[in-house]
Design a protein around this ligand. Sequence first.
Ligand code: CAA
Length: 392
Amino acid sequence: MTNLTTFGLSDEQQMFRETVGRMAQEKIAPRAADIDESGDFPWDIVELFREYGLMGVAMPEEYGGGGADLLTFCIAVEEVAKVCATSSLIIAAQHLGAMPILIAGNKEQKQRYLPAVAQGDRLSAFGLTEPEAGSDAGGTKTRAVRDGDEYVLTGSKVFITNGGLAKTMVVFASTDPSLGTRGISAFIVELDQPGVSVGRIENKMGIRGSQTAQLLFDNVRVKASNRLGQEGEGFKIAMRTLDRTRPGIAAQALGIAQGALDVAVDYLYQRQQFGTPLSQFEGLQFMVADMQTQVEASRQLLYRAAEIIESAGFESHATPEVTRYSAMAKLMCSDTAMRVTTDAVQLLGGYGYIRDYPVERMMRDAKITQIYEGTNQIQRLVIFRNMNHGGV
Ligand code: CAA
């Protein structure tokens, strides 16, 4: 898909937005409160996404994906997140799990693992974070020790989206602890094998239908042919992955913000106090004007980031611009989501605080977007490190 512009979408992208938006409003919105309340992973939504070709929408067609560009992918995530953040994470997490393979996999690895992920037959996961290696991803303790034509993996990963459900995962493990980040390697691991077990399943504030779990690796044997790139390239593969996936989290945040804003505006026109609709009160109009402005500014930054990252391609090495725009989009959209959803709860007053309206869920869901795929403190650090002197 071409004809990307910063300030508008191509006709094809506009039609895609309408199709996904309609599907989300009709089929996902009615499920959202229940998914949140039950905390059960919504397999029915996976089926729906499979039907609409969304599980691998931005994966290459030759590997069973939809071949869409990053902006189109962001539009899909945004539209779904307007009504259900958990559901939007299904698309984003599948993209994240596949990205290291897309970036660093050889043809055989791609042919072997991507089609099932792109089609949604197998869920995927991204195994970077550890108990002692969160923001400091280079502090990876999981070990991979070479044994003939295999590696033996031992260690644990935490806060894994799709943990316990995913069957394909890229695990980052140290092959040489003396080399720090340069001693980390990446492996495609099939999770339905001896030695892999599921530890703690987290009880979360938001995105409650998404399963987040600890995974334990006890002498898990992985073929050397499942290593992505060379030994020691894992950390850079992880960073390049995040450069290309943080916009997905930005899109999720943007969708949550837009969804909350839509609910709040509708409410202001319906709810009367002091004999007049709330929409007539200037103080509330000013709040909504700020929310709208923040949402639109965030959208434009995200779409610009998507355009820049897309033009760099999957296999290119990072440029400071790609890394910076990815982090800026994630930072701005997620901060906007937190502010806008908090204000939406305020605008609905007591009704905002109870579960009859979706805004309290949206506020809980928004919070994680400031934390995962790198906290916003880390995004600021990344932005500063990737600014040219002079800041342009
Ligand atoms: N692309 C390519 N290479 C990169 C890079 C990038 N974007 N960023 C850094 N590198 C390279 C550096 O050039 C350096 O290379 P050399 O060894 O050749 O010099 C190497 O990687 C080490 O870089 P740094 O010295 O900058 O590393 P650092 O230890 O200071 O850490 C960091 C950098 C940015 C803080 C990084 O650790 C980071 O991003 N932390 C956050 C981790 C994160 O986002 N975790 C989220 C987990 S996923 C998740 O949440 C998913 C979920 O389930 C939803």
